[in-house]
Design a protein around this ligand. Structure first.
Ligand SMILES: Nc1ncnc2c1ncn2[C@@H]1O[C@H](COP(=O)(O)OP(=O)(O)OP(=O)(O)O)[C@@H](O)[C@H]1O
Ligand SMILES: [Mg+2]
Length: 284
């Protein structure tokens, strides 16, 4: 009888002889049934300094996953790998494999601009373009030719602003500069800009850290609602936020993915001592 290993069954139908297997060091469930993205054995180096060590992780479809861990543990680095944002850093090198819907995103045939439309990003500090509210949201659809007429473009912009929970606040001043909005509104504008190109995945790196509690609550509500349509990866230093918005939580420590699992389990019954220490405030 032939013993079928996880790696064998994972690689059925591909030409690989040796398939990438998830790191055995991570505790919890690295795999999900319905992954939108998969990362396998990812190492990231800045020059000769290694920032991510052998990380394997599935990002589930229509779910929110949060990345938590102490400062400098590699959360942003790993997040940026998911839409090749690290390509812009000369000294950054990535090994391993990251796929979206079975497509290797580091394959040379992949067009990075199209990839970033599929895997959008929202940054820590709201960064609207120095353009009108309308043009901020219309920017992506224009570049990617997603609207053939002005009427269609209007519809795309309105729909994105609706989904970002901002429409009623800005509908009468679409021609005014995006930078004139409050911080929380600017962040929702950036989310509207990201969703205007209908991405499959939205990456958010501490999206609320520059916002007050009311704006934070609005953005959190929005993240919670958006997960029905999108796959969301959020980096956060707020464990309350991770607990409120995410289905799964991944705990990073010194470049390694220590543990990943259902958010409730990670926060109430962590498997690893390092996770336990972090969530109880003993470390970080
Ligand atoms: N552009 C860069 N050049 C060189 N080293 C970098 C660069 N960006 C990050 N690093 C290093 O990689 C490691 C991981 O950094 P990263 O920013 O991913 O951590 P983080 O978990 O997001 O931290 P924080 O919570 O403070 O945002 C750190 O040691 C950091 O100094
Ligand atoms: Mg960071």
């Amino acid at each position: 009888m032939i013993e079928v290993t996880v790696s064998d069954s994972m690689e059925q139908g591909t030409n690989r002889t040796v398939g990438p297997v998830a790191s055995e060091k991570t505790l919890g469930s690295v795999y999900v049934d319905n992954p939108r993205m998969t990362a396998r054995n990812v190492d990231v180096f800045y020059g000769d300094k290694q920032a991510i060590v052998d990380v394997s992780l599935d990002i589930g479809s229509s779910q929110v996953i949060s990345f938590i861990g102490p400062s400098g543990c590699g959360k942003s680095t790993f997040l940026r790998c998911l839409n090749r944002m690290n390509d812009t850093i000369d000294i950054c090198r990535i090994d391993g494999e990251i796929k979206i819907d079975e497509q290797d995103i580091y394959d040379p045939v992949v067009d990075v601009v199209s990839l970033r439309a599929r895997v959008g990003m929202v940054f820590q500090k709201p960064n609207p373009f120095p353009k009108s509210i309308f043009d901020n949201v219309a920017y992506g659809p224009r570049i990617h030719g997603l609207a053939a007429t002005k009427v269609e473009l209007d519809q795309v912009v309105e729909s994105a602003l609706h989904r970002a929970g901002l429409w009623t606040e800005v509908k009468d001043r679409l021609d005014q500069p995006g930078t004139g909005l409050s911080g929380g509104q600017q962040q929702r504008l950036c989310i509207a800009r990201a969703i205007a190109v209908s991405p499959e995945v939205i990456l958010m790196d501490e999206p609320c850290s520059a916002l007050d509690p009311i704006a934070t609550a609005k953005v959190e509500e929005l993240i919670y609602e958006l997960r029905e349509q999108y796959t969301i990866v959020i980096v956060t230093h707020s464990m309350q936020q991770a607990a409120r918005v995410s289905d799964r939580t991944a705990y990073f420590h010194l470049g390694k993915l220590i543990e990943v699992g259902d958010t409730k389990q990670v926060f109430t019954n962590p498997m690893h001592e390092l996770t336990q220490d972090y969530i109880t405030g003993r470390f970080g």
